[in-house]
Ligand binder design. Sequence first.
Ligand code: COA
Length: 176
Amino acid sequence: MDVNTGSPTLVGEGFELRALVRPDADALLALLLQPGVARWWGAYDAGKVERDFFGQECAYTYLIIVDGEIAGVLQFHEVTDPDYKSAGIDITLGEVYQDRGLGTRALKRLIRYLIDERGHHRMTIDPATDNRRAIHTYEKVGFRTVGVMRDYERDITGAWHDGLLMDLLAREFGAE
Ligand SMILES: CC(C)(COP(=O)(O)OP(=O)(O)OC[C@H]1O[C@@H](n2cnc3c(N)ncnc32)[C@H](O)[C@@H]1OP(=O)(O)O)[C@@H](O)C(=O)NCCC(=O)NCCS
């Protein structure tokens, strides 16, 4: 069974987060191929969409829906060992939906769900160190820098680049 089956729709201000389903695969790939997304999320094809969004246990994917359109993707991966329980988050918005406050609002909505409904006390996120907009956005949401992970991920040019590990604790997350 698809790991996303059963994820509830989460309603936010001007958007909703809806679980990814298989018929979304082509539209998701089209979003990931936009240059302003691929620059930060790397190279995708249909096979990688299948592996990353449908084939991973404990990795759940939501689409960010605005006026019925797919505006972006939010994914979280759960560490289920009770002694290390946490949720790692990834986000991207389609080019025309960036820089409107949507990323901040969508992240806050997902984090509220992760805390209240899935019992998480710690969330992590790991932007590229040169993704200043993403880092600033995550700081607005409440994430703090833990440190630099050197040569953490390969970018679309094939080069390794550093990632910034950031975390946020439930007890520091304000009422939204
Ligand atoms: C990163 C992303 C999720 C942020 O969502 P968003 O809706 O665009 O962000 P918001 O509009 O909520 O906030 C953006 C903030 O960054 C600021 N900003 C924009 N460009 C910036 C830059 N080059 N350097 C620093 N800050 C920048 C904006 O001024 C705003 O801050 P403010 O509200 O204090 O003025 C979105 O831009 C995106 O998907 N980008 C492309 C893919 C990507 O980078 N994904 C993240 C991978 S970790």
